[in-house]
Write a protein that binds this ligand. Sequence first.
Ligand code: UD1
Ligand code: CA
Length: 453
Amino acid sequence: MDRSCLAVILAAGDSTRMKSSMSKVLHPIAGRPMIAHVMAAVASTGVRNAALVVGRDADAVAKAGSVEGVSVETVLQTERRGTGHAVLMAKDAIARGYDDVIVTYGDVPLVQSASFAAARRKLAEGADVVVIGFHTDKPTGYGRLLVKDGELTAIREERDATDEERKVIWSNSGLMAINGRKAVSLLEKISNNNAKGEYYLTDLVEIARAEGGKVVAVDAPENEVAGCNNRAELAFLEKLWQERRRHELMVSGVTMIAPETVFLSYDTEIGQDALIEPNVVFGPGVKVEGGVVIHSFSHLEGARVASGATVGPYARLRPGADLAASSKVGNFCEVKNAKIGEGAKVNHLTYIGDASVGSETNIGAGTITCNYDGVNKHHTEIGASAFIGSNSSLVAPVSIGDGAYVASGSVITENVPANALALGRARQEVKPERAKVIRERALALKAAKKAAK
Ligand code: UD1
Ligand code: CA
């Protein structure tokens, strides 16, 4: 669209019903603040200029609301005097003269660019005010869209509505698009003559009509314009977000056996033909390539898993875990800030942290990289095609060369050259018949105790 556009985002609310020490727009959905979701939607609409109206936690909200590709100016609303008043806080920005002004709320985080685009098309066709409405069987609390002879005549707030008007199910999402050339003069005509004594943005409908302007409503899916006032609604939005993103991934070629048990982050990437088993959690920053299998009960965060690799069940990949193609990290293994080479195997009960494991190397069960000395972290370097015997402790900093062997149960404190065998354990002693002697002594003791009773 070659029309210029300013987005005004209202995020000054007090969030009273969230009962929280921070503004509700800072509460995360899929691991990132609600306000960041809204700004991403604004950016994806192609809007380049935005005015973010902030109040509580202004600095934190402004920071969370910054988004690439959009020049965001923050304006402070010091008193909560209503949505109409809040939009006018951005008067200087609006007065610069845009073709379109869109208004959206910081607590409506699932909105998609298509709804804004539909509203802006109506402006381009000559409307002065476009309201984004939705149909719901639970309209309580929302403003109702009142229609006469097929035209939107007013939005009535719940508390100002008659019983008859309250029966209307077509509701106001709060999102709106306004003719940018008329916006300031329309907004300045809003008064606070209503049940709440607030300046209602919704009055624009009647104001524009009184001036002979054209007002229309467009419909959006209910799930896209759901708002958040309390923690129960926050959990509901999270659920909606998860469902939407899982669906997108499945449609793009990812298999999920029980999608409702897989939890994604806002930035989770999963390639085609990956298989995600039930009960897997993705924290932020995870990139999974195609053909990967993530077995059940695995938790991944800040990790990359290259094509054909296998993870879990019960694996934990922490930030900096980088699994090369066809590698394996199996049950009860934790990998942090470590590269696992192509085809390498870390299969059982192991901790690999601050390390690099070469291709085709096998890490035996129970291996631990002792990376922390209580003060600093140190690196462990393991070459290619090496073999680390079970229950070994590799005390960093230390390196194990290509093709080297570490005997089971070793505590390795010195570097092991390529192709060497390292044994770092007590030599085994065998005492013939000794077990029998011990057993007989124990049995005699037991018999003596019984006789004494
Ligand atoms: C508003 C709409 C209602 C709509 C509903 C959708 C009005 C008068 N009513 O009601 O028709 O159905 O949203 O959720 O617009 N805000 C400010 N400053 C203020 C007041 C509000 O920044 O002075 C912000 C809030 O932080 C919030 C948004 O504006 O993000 C909406 O305000 P809220 O008080 O929640 O409006 P509702 O009563 O829900
Ligand atoms: Ca609200």
